[in-house]
Design a binder for this molecule. Structure first.
Ligand code: BMA
Length: 803
């Protein structure tokens, strides 16, 4: 086969008479922005005008030249990796086809439709906003109210129509590569590699799907670069198999399988896929707590630690490999071993999975359905079946693929009759997620585990969000407004969503709000807070935890701490109960634009306090404390005075394959960090387990003034540490820690003269990523490494400054 790229410079004409040029892959917004015709849709409330713009049709066009060989060819196709969404395709004025699903790969017959020399292609795209409105008017369909009415009718990333963290910017365009393929010589349609593991031996089968008759050679190259020939369709043992492991458990050796087609001694096509040798399953066993739910990799059950991933930008052409790499490397930096691709976006690019393979991030892969009902007409079924096949074939060989999941939250909401659900939508639900997808997977990917929905208990509307089996979305903290101490009441088997919002830092807010708009209740700030009522929630939780912050910057800082403390509270609890619970995946990793949201990394890649906390609470070896104090006994000061238990139970979680021995140290200290009482204990923690220490009772302690510090050390090296209060930070009598710093090369030395909680190192001029930030410290010194950024004009704050 021979491929001719059509990516590059195209022209856009809008039906309201605007014309401009831009680059494909690209979109209406990327073209108009590139030519300076529209202002940044993320700035202030520009979103509104940008949305209105979509109320018209669009035509992308270009000329291309055809050489004599291509002009003579008998089999030629137009190959479109991504058309967004309702398109008519014209070649030299003749309509050659339609598309109606941005998640599919589209091909159109071009044979005899092109000629030598200049040709013209036009892709007309219907207004996405008008199209869904018309579809909705004809056929009412219920769906989440944050996105635009009628969105489930269109197979387009749902969140482009808005979400409770995203703007309504339903862009349109040619969002992935477009090319012409001469098929007079054969091509490799697909290369599928399966693996079998048996008693430590690994057997591979590579299967080439090809057009035409041509010789095919397949080679597998080991991670060390040694080539081994394979026969098409035949099983072969791989000597000395090097296993692929998720991050934190081992290496990620990758084998490259390459198929080459030859005709008359000439290479005519080649395709490569990188694989990792591993088994990947979900273990579900009935036990006294219900039924377990755990990833089992190469026979070992591991505790899933990570977050939910949403599209990285509303303008899809701005999502690049470099950007995704920075984001995913930040996940590894914070000890993630999993990432869940949420079902309201799109199936990520190949490079996303390549990076996950390299970094050891397992992928929980939702099919692209979320928070809506769908009407399973015969056409809709045909459309989604083709979508499943395209995407399953693209993704199935990646070692990072942890499981396929039918959808986001639809079994649960369908069960509750949400979105105007009825018997018919229930029937369609069952057909789509419990028949059609399993059927496609039986044929195209029988080796990957399928889970019907997130959350689910296994399907059939059998208590989808049950706490004792399957995965759970726990939203009573946040959406339900209960205090985050409630997390400790549950021993879920696997939490695939739980979250807490915060504001991004000031630098990020400066990109969309004028100084006079920098008040969280201003119109512009509310446009960048898509979960109605959320600011009130933040204020409510803030009132439970911190003093009222006197300025905007301290409010942002307090909101980030609140979020980080809430998620820490949950994760530490679930890790302490490893075995019952086997996964903590928080909502959400990233942002689609600059906004207040549940993310731990903002749109610009800036780490919020939560991401630094994640680095600590997802650390393979982690010490944590189940403290009991005023917050747990008597959360409101006006309750009848009673004796308050102040106690602590320390716990070490060991999420590694090695048993570990070390020493736990603890000190009860007053607010100047003076030690009042202390203890230490040598302990051994077996691999993949968590170990509780005896409860320590501090009955006589002044909980308004004293706190507990603790650490776990091995060979005099601190592996994990922390502090806890026995009252809410707002009521603790902090002394001024008089924070100061010195810098030597890439090290920042922080000095505190008293106990300092959540020390925040920031620079107004530079984006810093540090080895640690938002940490607690006893009076004394602590050294922090600068991982990236320049330490210019550093500012230091701690909870003492929230007042
Ligand atoms: C969930 C998700 C998203 C949503 C988030 C925050 O349950 O699946 O649909 O954005 O909560 O509300």
């Amino acid at each position: 086969m021979k491929q001719y790229q059509l990516d590059g410079r195209w022209k856009l004409d809008t039906s309201k008479g605007v014309s401009c040029y831009g680059m494909i892959p690209g979109s209406v917004y990327s073209f108009l922005l590139g030519e300076g015709i529209i202002p940044d849709p993320y700035y202030r409330d520009n979103e509104l005008a940008a949305l209105e713009l979509m109320d018209q049709d669009f035509c992308f066009s270009r000329e291309f030249s055809v050489d004599p060989e291509l002009a003579r060819a008998k089999n030629v196709v137009l190959h479109c990796e991504g058309l967004d969404t309702i398109c008519e395709i014209f070649i030299n004025g003749e309509k050659i086809g339609l598309s109606n699903n941005m998640h599919r790969i589209w091909e159109y017959d071009l044979s005899h439709r092109i000629h030598e020399g200049n040709n013209r292609i036009q892709i007309q795209i219907a207004s996405p906003t008008r199209w869904i409105q018309e579809a909705y008017d004809k056929d009412f369909i219920g769906s989440d109210q944050h996105a635009m009415r009628g969105f489930p009718h269109m197979r387009k990333a749902h969140c482009m129509f808005g979400w409770d963290w995203g703007p309504r910017l339903p862009d349109a365009g040619i969002w992935r590569s477009i090319s012409i393929i001469n098929l007079d010589t054969p091509r490799i349609e697909d290369l599928y590699i399966r693996q079998k593991h048996h008693n430590g031996k690994v057997f591979l089968t590579a299967k080439v799907e090809q057009s035409g008759k041509a010789g095919c050679e397949i080679t597998v190259t080991t991670p060390q670069g040694n080539p081994i020939p394979l026969q098409n369709g035949q099983e072969m043992e791989i000597a000395d198999p090097q296993l692929w492991w998720p991050n934190g458990y081992g290496e990620q050796p990758l084998y490259e399988v390459t198929a080459v087609l030859t005709e008359n001694g000439q290479e005519v096509d080649r395709k490569s896929r990188r694989i990792g040798l591993r088994t990947m399953a979900i273990s579900r066993n009935k036990d006294r707590y219900g039924e377990s739910f755990a990833h089992e990799v190469n026979g070992k059950q591991i505790f899933a630690m990570g977050a939910d991933y949403i599209p990285e930008d509303n303008l899809l052409s701005r999502v690049t490999k470099e950007r995704t790499k920075l984001l995913l490397e930040s996940c590894v930096e914070a000890h993630f071993n999993i990432i869940r691709v949420w079902g309201g976006g799109y199936y990520p690019d190949d490079f996303f999975f390549d990076l996950c393979d390299e970094l050891g991030l397992m992928v929980w892969m939702d099919f692209m359905f979320s928070c809506a009902n769908y009407h399973l007409t015969p056409e809709f079924e045909k459309n989604i079946r083709a979508e499943f096949i395209d995407n399953v074939k693209k993704i199935r060989c990646h070692p990072s693929l942890g499981l396929w999941c039918g959808n986001n939250e639809m079994e649960m909401f369908q069960d509750q009759g949400e979105y105007d659900g009825n018997y018919k939508t229930k029937r369609d639900y069952i057909r789509m997620f419990e028949h059609i997808i399993p059927e496609v997977l039986r044929e195209y990917d029988p080796d990957t585990y399928y889970w019907p929905a997130s959350p689910s208990s296994g399907g059939s509307f059998d208590h989808p969000n049950a706490p004792d089996r399957g995965d759970v979305h726990y939203w009573e903290v946040w959406h339900g407004g209960v205090p985050f101490t409630e997390y400790r009441k549950y021993l879920f088997r696997y939490v695939s969503e739980f979250g807490f919002q915060s504001f991004p830092e000031k630098k990020t807010i400066d990109t969309f709000a004028l100084p006079e708009e920098q008040n969280i209740f201003s119109r512009v700030m509310e446009m960048h807070q898509r979960n109605e009522g959320a600011n009130g929630k933040i204020m409510n939780y803030l009132s439970q935890t911190y003093l009222y912050p006197s300025d905007f910057k301290m409010l942002l800082y307090a909101s980030q701490l609140l979020q980080a403390e809430a998620i820490r509270y949950g994760v530490e609890h679930w890790r302490r109960n490893r075995g019952v619970c086997m996964g903590a995946v928080y909502w959400q990793l990233n942002d689609i634009w600059p906004v207040a949201s549940w993310s731990s990394i903002d749109y610009y890649g800036r780490w919020k306090a939560l991401h630094y906390f994640a680095k600590r609470f997802f650390a393979p070896i982690m010490i944590s404390c189940e403290e009991i104090g005023e917050t747990t006994n008597r959360p409101a000061v006006v309750m009848q005075p009673s004796e308050i238990e102040t106690s602590a139970r320390l716990n070490i979680a060991n999420e590694t394959f090695e048993d570990i021995e070390g020493t736990v140290h603890w000190e009860l200290r007053d607010h100047s960090s003076k030690v009042l009482q202390q203890g230490c204990e040598r302990i051994a923690v077996p691999a993949l387990s968590s170990h509780w220490l005896e409860k320590i009772d501090f009955a006589q302690t002044d909980f308004l003034q004293n706190y507990l510090s603790f650490s776990f050390e091995k060979d005099r090296k601190v592996l994990s540490e922390g502090t806890v209060l026995f009252t809410a930070p707002k009521h603790f009598c902090f002394l001024d820690p008089e924070l100061s710093y010195t810098i030597e090369k890439n090290l920042i030395k922080i000095k505190a003269s008293n106990y300092a909680k959540n020390v925040w190192i920031s620079s107004p001029d530079s984006d810093l990523i540090l080895s640690d930030n938002f940490f607690d410290m006893n009076a004394g010194e602590k050294t922090i490494q600068i991982l990236s950024g320049k330490p210019e004009a550093l500012e230091l704050h701690s909870v003492y400054d929230i007042k």
